[in-house]
Design a protein around this ligand. Sequence first.
Ligand code: GLN
Length: 541
Amino acid sequence: MKYVAVTGGVISGLGKGITASSIARILKARGVTVTPLKIDPYLNVDAGTMNPYQHGEVFVLDDGTEVDLDLGNYERFLGENLAGNHNITTGKVYRSVIDKERHGDYLGNTVQIIPHVTGEVKRMIREVGESSGAEVAIIEVGGTVGDIESMPFLEALREMQQEVGRREDMAFIHTTLVPVLGAVGEAKTKPTQHSVREMRALGIQPDMIIARSEKPISQDIKTKISLFCGVPPEAVVSVPDVACIYDVPLNLEKEGVGDYLVKRLGLTNRPAEWGTWKTFTTRYHEATGEVNLAIVGKYSGLKDSYLSHSEALHHTQGQVGVRVNVHWFDAEPFGTPNASLAPLEKMDGILIPGGYGKRGVEGKIRAIEYAREQKVPLLGICLGFQLAAVEVARHLLDQPDANSTEFDPATKHAVVGLLKEQGAIKDLGGTQHLGAQKVLLTEGSRVATLYGRKEILERHRHRYEIEPGYITPFTEKGYRATGFSPDGRVEALELEGHPYFLGVQYHPEFLSRPEAPHPLFVGLVQAAIQHHNGGEVPSHG
Ligand code: GLN
């Protein structure tokens, strides 16, 4: 097993996750098997209880683990499904160390950061790496070098480098910022030099520097970084900002990252095969015309809160060949009395994402009503699905007080209620209905047609569900339940006579990939293209 550690310096938010995912993809393109690990130095055990507004979207894996959104990047770039043990947090490490201490596993020793916490980190990394059977584990360390929180992890990685024995079995890649200052646009290497000095003080010499900058950096600057930071010239890589993140692997490849890493890690060099990846990026850039999709959500101020939704929309661009513009709308103002929905008029399709809590709910319901009445394509996901059902109950079943008990526990018309098996909640971690579950689709329905299958596996994250008593009255209004869990829970609802009015209880956005866009997003965007062209879409059913 070989290890590549990816660290970050100077500032946070350099796109280290995209860089690390791209490096993993470059190795994969050469037929090298890779497995990614993300280290998050926060004390939360997992991301499940974290506010998306502070930390971005909570990503859900097949096994139901709620993880950092970077795991979503790895899944999208590698086209593989990961398990929860690929995300190591300080909380997980300490919990395990403290459990062991209580069991007496440390045989009376004083339990310390070095060697016990670092030992646990190394054990977790090795366990995931070795059990994956991959040749190379890519370990991304969250945060910035110099943060107190990341110290034990960097120390653990330093120890690992000594323990692996052969130099070719472990490499360090350091991502830094090269700012460009002044009118002449002079690229500054000092922050990079300082950051590498800080790494060296911790006993780590980077093998490669990824220099993030607005524009490509010159050969002179690369030479300077090489000299001051002690890395070979071919291992200083310029990664300028890009409009499409899926270009990064190909850009890094052009910079020679693949060739250098193969050499540095002592892997046999195989030609890189970019096949469907290149097909996707080529089609993405060649897309013509445009279509406008709205995401109406609560956290629209921080786009990372809905990262997988917007990525899934972008993935469709490589398939439909039309430029997909994503527009963000804050739901809350739409919910105030007499609020105008005029901003939605230019939109060809609307996506209502998942969410929790009352804020913005009434605005989302109004956007759904608008989409239903104006025949604008709509996809409701999880909370968006539940609210579409509330909207239909209010306006087609004439139940003006219809609601989810999440927002109105006393409502007489509870369209959405707590999942039946949900008991009293004591520990907020992992208490929801989580992870990949089977969904059975009704033959001939829109969803079954889109998937081309009658049985699917989709990821879930919710506490509430559609009340089964609504299935019959909904059906009478042409609003059909067309997806069910094996035990009969409603998983999909679609409206007849509307170009695309579809909601699903699960989260299709987590499974969309650039090389395999999700059928429900493709369906939404195709309906939106028809809407844009003013064309009538043949209605279903
Ligand atoms: N709040 C809703 C529930 O718990 C929806 C959750 C979601 O959208 N992820 O069921």
